[in-house]
Design a protein around this ligand. Structure first.
Ligand SMILES: Cc1cc2nc3c(=O)[nH]c(=O)nc-3n(C[C@H](O)[C@H](O)[C@H](O)COP(=O)(O)O)c2cc1C
Length: 166
């Protein structure tokens, strides 16, 4: 898989979050660590999905905002063409049981026919949640392979796990 032309589409938020049972401000989102590990291992290109309006830095406000954005989550920049890539990594924190709503906005109009999709979530207990079913609905024609779920607070220390998964 390492030698195939790959693209990482990821969402990740820094600021206040649950971190191993406590609230903490973090400078870099958990999923971003993993996106960077996979990039280093595969030489993939990266596309960061960014909300048009940033989420609140405060966790309690952010979770309400995320719920309101389900099905209507505008993003800053769009990705229009993935035809050059064979493998698409989709990486997201679990928000309300699935990917962050902005991820759906980023991928819903792309042509996934014949693409290999590999999924990474970071989470605080939900694992992959409903993400695979939701991606099957959106990524029509893709072959969704061997996904992996990493506990958010362990993301930074997951390099060797990611290395064997990649
Ligand atoms: C808006 C919001 C909703 C969340 N919902 C869930 C959830 O349903 N299940 C879960 O296990 N973790 C949930 N979490 C925790 C995140 O998935 C987890 O902290 C993740 O590692 C954050 O990744 P990031 O730092 O890359 O954004 C939620 C966090 C936020 C901010």
């Amino acid at each position: 898989m390492k030698d195939k032309k790959s693209l990482i589409i990821y969402f990740s938020r820094a600021d206040e979050n649950y971190f191993g049972g406590e609230m903490r401000y973090i400078n870099k989102g958990n999923t971003e660590y993993i996106a960077e590990y996979v990039r280093d291992l595969t030489n993939a290109d990266m596309f960061k999905v960014e909300p048009l309006v940033p989420y609140s830095k405060e966790y309690e406000i952010c979770i309400k905002e995320a719920k309101d954005r389900v099905g209507n989550a505008p993003i800053k920049n769009n990705l229009s063409d993935i035809s050059n890539y064979e493998v698409i990594y989709i990486m997201s924190p679990i928000y309300w049981g699935t990917y962050a709503p902005e991820v759906e906005t980023a991928i819903k109009d792309l042509d996934f026919t014949g693409k290999t999709v590999r999924v990474v979530t970071t989470h605080e207990g939900s694992g992959l949640g409903n993400i695979i079913n939701d991606l099957k609905r959106i990524c029509v024609g893709a072959n969704i392979l061997d996904s992996i779920a990493i506990v958010g607070s362990q993301a930074k220390d997951s390099k060797s796990k990611i290395e064997s998964w990649v």
